[in-house]
Design a protein around this ligand. Sequence first.
Ligand code: SF4
Length: 260
Amino acid sequence: MEIPDIAIAINSANASADAASLDATLAGLDLAGRLSFIAGLGGRAVFTTSLGIEDQVITAAIGTHRLPIDVVTLETGRLFKETVDLIDETEERFGIEIRRFRPEQDDIDAYAAKYGLNGFYESIEARHACCHVRKLIPLGKALDGAAFWITGLRRGQSGNRATTPFAEFDAERHLIKINALADWDIDQIKAYVASENIPVNPLHARGYPSIGCEPCTRAIKPGEPERAGRWWWENDEKRECGLHVAGAEQTSAVSAIPQR
Ligand code: SF4
């Protein structure tokens, strides 16, 4: 198999085409094969985990195969206690470090002064501003110098993610984004976690298929989409925190917040 020189191509005008080639290559591999392939390309590979059930599958693969992939999480300061506890448990189980990236206190103070600490309920602008301070700025630091950003995005999570590729060029962050579980459905995920005895967030069993910050996540009702409990008070079908959409759409409302 010919390995595309992605780490070099990222700096060229061919990055999108190379990402498409990589996408086709990854489609023919299993999860461990996809991650091993990326790890073998050279260039820093970063996996961002929210400790959700699909992310635990990827963490388990990285830990089990001792892959040279940096595992990081965005410790927003508003996570469920169950999520925070799972970070420690997962590190111990797989003998890895999950590096925590946290928001700056000055940014949180500026946000609170402008919108109020829980101002995200009041408007989309305020919500995006909070996600910007607590997630997007720390994400930028976590991905600094990365050639590959590995995520647990799946096509089955929402209509907005239905066409998620295995690899795509992120022009804004200037890296290749790898969605190693893009084609897995939730039943496969659950079966794999059970068979490998992978630790998962106990909130999943209480009706939370998708878990973010505590004040912005509720349990879903039977038949609702997996991400219906995220920012449930908003009507936008495409609601996201800004990590996985073009940043310009998400950050336009935060000019008054210190930027890093
Ligand atoms: S999910 Fe909610 S609490 Fe977390 S960063 Fe976004 S708006 Fe803030």
